[in-house]
Design a protein around this ligand. Structure first.
Ligand code: ZN
Length: 252
């Protein structure tokens, strides 16, 4: 990152290198297809996962980002299983937000199965606000002063724990891209020949099928085939046109 870092439209944070793909991969692919620029930021390297190594996971994450069309992928290197909403970590997130100046930020949900997800969610939520305060000073990697920046929208994605969504994004045309990005994490998901490493919650083909079932379920709720659900982190959203209210493909 430099002081003249090119701004992007979206920064999507995930506590672990596969969180964004599993929960919002279709939305990221859709955003890119609509001409939006996206940077992915992993808080940790997922080094405490039962399968794979940090090196393997880094390579898999790069491949997945390429499949989704993200323009860059960063890893903050926070300790896996110890993600914490501290001022030190907030300043690291603020540096990223001020460097990329996104309008939209995605993050893990506040309550989820893995404790890092909730802690990471709180870290991003607080940093999102604090980044707009001019008296919180940060410097970029060249030591240059960074201007304050507060993004417009924060959306929490659904990974494991179900919540009542505020927004469902139609990802019907991007479900294959989403699944390809998930399969890029070959050490973690859809492992066809378990035995070399421990089986995990997400390693079985059954889990992979459940990801498609999830988007199918929320697609049905929203009136499309595949939909990804989100909770608004900073409601309400202002509509400058009523078009979204009339963008329903089927009657419900
Ligand atoms: Zn995770």
């Amino acid at each position: 990152m430099t002081s003249n870092q090119k701004s992007v439209d979206i920064v999507a944070f995930g506590a672990h290198p596969d969180d964004v793909e599993l929960s919002a991969g279709g939305t990221i692919a859709k955003a890119v297809s609509e001409g939006k620029s996206v940077v992915l930021v992993d808080l940790t390297r997922g080094e405490m996962g039962s399968r794979g190594t940090p090196e393997i996971r880094l390579e898999e994450a790069k491949a997945a980002a390429s499949i989704l069309g993200a323009s860059d992928r960063l890893n903050m290197g926070l300790p896996d299983t110890q993600v914490a909403n501290t001022r030190e970590n907030q300043l690291k997130v603020i540096q990223i937000l001020r460097a990329y100046k996104p309008q939209v930020v995605f993050a893990n949900a506040p309550i989820d199965r893995n404790p890092d997800h909730g802690h990471g969610s709180a870290l991003i939520r607080d940093s999102f606000f604090l980044s707009g305060l001019v008296k919180i000073e940060t410097k970029d990697e060249q030591g240059q002063h960074q201007e304050s920046w507060r993004p417009s929208h924060l959306l929490f994605y659904m990974q494991d724990t179900v919540f009542e969504p505020d927004v469902i994004i139609d990802v019907t045309d991007h479900i294959e891209t989403k699944e390809a990005s998930i399969l890029a994490h070959a050490s973690q998901v859809n492992v066809q020949n378990p035995g070399d490493e421990p089986e995990t919650y997400i390693s079985s083909p059954t889990f992979f099928e459940s990801i498609r079932a999830r988007t199918r379920t929320y697609g049905h709720r929203g009136g499309c085939t595949h939909g990804e659900p989100f909770k608004l982190g900073r409601a309400p959203i202002m509509l400058s046109t009523l078009d979204p209210l009339f963008d329903r493909k089927i009657a419900r």
